[in-house]
Design a protein around this ligand. Structure first.
Ligand SMILES: [Zn+2]
Length: 172
């Protein structure tokens, strides 16, 4: 049972962000509660995506709202995301790594299969920002953040910000 009142944004390099999330066995009321809480956190913090580990919950769930509104928010449970098409670079931010906007190379298109809040499986193909966002959020479920993807140059460019985060959140 997840106490959603305790959910709050986790920051790099907290352990939960570096850990692979577990599959959700059943879409019950508690998971619905979690999804709604995650949407609220995402909208309040002006993000366009939020994954379970970023709310302190190591479960395979993420939410996305490309325009940042609650109305556009969608829920992806036990998602599988595969990127395809050419690799392109885009500047990405992450609620768990504030003040860092790093150039990240990813596939320009993606395919997602997931379960929705009614327990129904759905599949989609995406491009543009949506494709990047799906791959970014899926990374979180695998224990990967943009700190793992920004490369050596990114680590040099954002050394100060990363060190600040390590001091504040390295023990969590
Ligand atoms: Zn992120």
């Amino acid at each position: 049972m997840i106490d959603v009142s305790k959910c709050e944004i986790t920051r790099y390099p907290s352990k939960v962000l570096a850990t692979k999330s577990a599959k959700i066995a059943q879409v019950d009321d508690n998971i619905k509660e979690l999804a709604n809480k995650m949407i609220d956190i995402m909208v309040a913090t002006e993000g366009i995506g939020l994954a379970g580990p970023q709310a302190g919950v190591g479960l395979q769930i993420f939410v996305i709202s490309l325009d940042g509104t609650k109305e556009s928010a969608r829920v992806y449970i036990n998602p599988v995301v595969e990127g395809f098409g050419p690799m392109t670079t885009m500047q990405e931010g992450c609620l768990s790594l504030p003040k860092i906007f790093a150039n990240i190379k990813r596939h320009s298109q993606a395919r997602v299969t997931a379960t929705d809040l009614d327990g129904n499986e759905f599949s989609e193909e995406a491009d543009g920002l949506y494709a990047k966002c799906l791959q970014h959020e899926y990374d979180h479920l695998m224990g990967t953040t943009i700190a793992d993807r920004m490369g050596r140059l990114g680590h040099i460019k954002f050394r100060k910000e990363l060190n600040e985060l390590k001091e504040l959140y390295g023990q969590k």
